[in-house]
Design a binder for this molecule. Structure first.
Ligand code: GDP
Ligand code: MG
Length: 163
């Protein structure tokens, strides 16, 4: 069985961009505004000889505006349930917000291996600007930049390490 990685996090943090990097595909739609990718999405990744499956989340067809958050939460729960390891993506530039805290609380309760990943970290000084993510209570934060292709291999290594 190939290990399964689920990418979770609030809209617009770069989950689909990471998905595309890890799977080397352009399948996931990368949106310039929050929430455009509409389908939960599976792809194949490879690290050396180790193959793995990646699940992107954040996709759904919103039927009503008040249904969006419920549907997002449902997708996240489903993806996380299927996953061996969770890649929780946050936005290094935007910092921590209430939605991040909500997802973090859920992931801490669940207790699955989780890699906290701060995307959009190109050109940032890690120690100084990323320390606030420790308050999510999920340990170390890995700084990456999906659009610049930085940290993608390290992310795959860290995610597959505990398996
Ligand atoms: P998702 O909603 O979490 O799937 O986020 P997307 O992958 O659709 O990306 C949302 C926006 O962030 C897009 O405009 C991306 O081009 C941008 N983005 C993704 N990764 C990076 C990154 O590493 N650095 C910067 N500066 N922008 C990024
Ligand atoms: Mg997306």
């Amino acid at each position: 069985m190939k290990p399964v990685l689920a990418l979770v996090g609030r809209p617009n943090v770069g989950k689909s961009t990471i998905f595309n990097r890890l799977t080397k595909s352009r399948d996931a739609i990368v949106a310039d505004y929050a929430g455009l990718t509409r389908d939960r999405h599976y792809g194949n990744g490879r690290l050396g000889s180790q193959e793995f499956i990646v699940i992107d989340t954040g996709g759904f067809e919103p039927k009503a505006i008040d249904g969006i958050y419920k549907e997002m939460a449902k997708q996240t729960r489903q993806a996380v349930a299927e996953a061996d390891v969770v890649v929780f993506v946050v936005d290094a530039r935007a910092g921590v917000n209430a939605q991040d805290h909500e997802i973090a609380r859920y992931l801490r309760k669940l207790g699955k291996p989780t890699v906290l990943t701060a995307n959009k970290a190109e050109g940032m000084t890690e120690g100084v600007q990323l320390s606030e993510f420790f308050e999510l209570g999920l340990g170390e934060v890995l700084a990456v930049s999906a659009s610049h292709g930085q940290g993608m291999r390290t992310l795959a290594e860290l995610a597959l390490q505990p398996l």
